[in-house]
Design a protein around this ligand. Sequence first.
Ligand code: ZN
Length: 437
Amino acid sequence: MNAADARRAATEAGIGESMHRLAEELYPICRSITGDGLRQTLRRVGEEVPLEIREIPTGTRVFDWTIPREWNISDAYVADASGRRVIDFRSSNLHVVNYSVPVHTRVTLEELRSRLTAVPERPDWIPYRTSYYREDWGFCLSQAALDRLEDGEYEVCIDSTLTDGSLSYGEVFLPGETQDEVLISTHACHPSLCNDNLSGVAVATFLARTIASLPRRLSYRFVFVPGTIGAIAWLHANQATVSRIKHGLVLACVGDPGRVTYKRSRKGDAEIDRAVAHVLRESGDDYELLDFSPLGYDERQYGSPGFDLPVGCFMRTPPGRFPEYHTSADDLDLVTAGSLADSLGKLLATLSVVDGNGVYVNLNPLCEPQLGRRALLRAAGGRKEARASEEALLWVLNLSDSRHTLLDIAERSGLEFGSIRAAADTLIEHDLLQAAE
Ligand code: ZN
């Protein structure tokens, strides 16, 4: 997988729109950390890529955690005395606190209020709340709707089930020439929320689809998991083989119009951290790099001390830094086709760096080889390109002493990884370079 392949795939006409359409299709589904909404989402992803769905039974111990009972919901509402639904799950699945236990009762307005959550600062937005790992129920609504509730008695109904079942996650494995793996992980447990959830699902799906069509040195593993418990369950099931993971990225919030934000892995200077930083710097676009912290998405689990995997988190605007976060305003308008395509392009460029990286040895280390005699620069276009490619050749020749990777050379020369990789290929072709042992 080289830089040119990656660029061509990422700029395929309409690819941003295709990702947005997938998000649109998945948007209405009521997902959670378990249940049919999550399964339905995984099955839809499986129509695009060879995805296997795995089920971990309720009650299974996964490190310090236990797989919870499976949650499913068919309806929920609060109705006034006349039977009119004043809060209705059918109009937005955010209205019910996710994982609410079943309930069917009558309450006064006062009792009802203690079960309601709204955001006063954003009177038209419905917040997103969950009650994972504790038996509770509640509703979310806009402040405007809350203000409209009149005194009286209300019928409350949550038609949900909590039963022994399983937790589902999806996995796509794309074998390469080596067993060394790249892990791409995204959470797929949020209901109708777009940037925080569906953007990651859409970009991961199309990233997998694209990589499946390209020649590759590394193997690629994509996991679509419910946040936290899903990543923990996946790590528990794969303890024996996680050492194959040489590079990894968690994808989240990759569809908003903000600049790219990359949170480094726990290691801080892993190859993936350097590859992302290189691609962002070369892009010419604004971006931000953050250091690792044990907060945020599933990089917390992959980067727990017992695993310490080189997994960073690739985002645009981080959670909590956009006002729509965890509200109904994180919708299909917040996520744009252009931003999805830009994220995909930068991810493909990053993966082409780690896939193409390596250590080489100059086979003519006693002074420079005479490049002109070998017509090495023939393929280059104009004079400027010829000069750049000559520079790249000289850098690769000089630093290929079996101690520097091509990414080291790109960083030190200030040249783009793609041209360093291309120079190495040219030198290999002319028997001036070979892979280090
Ligand atoms: Zn979230």
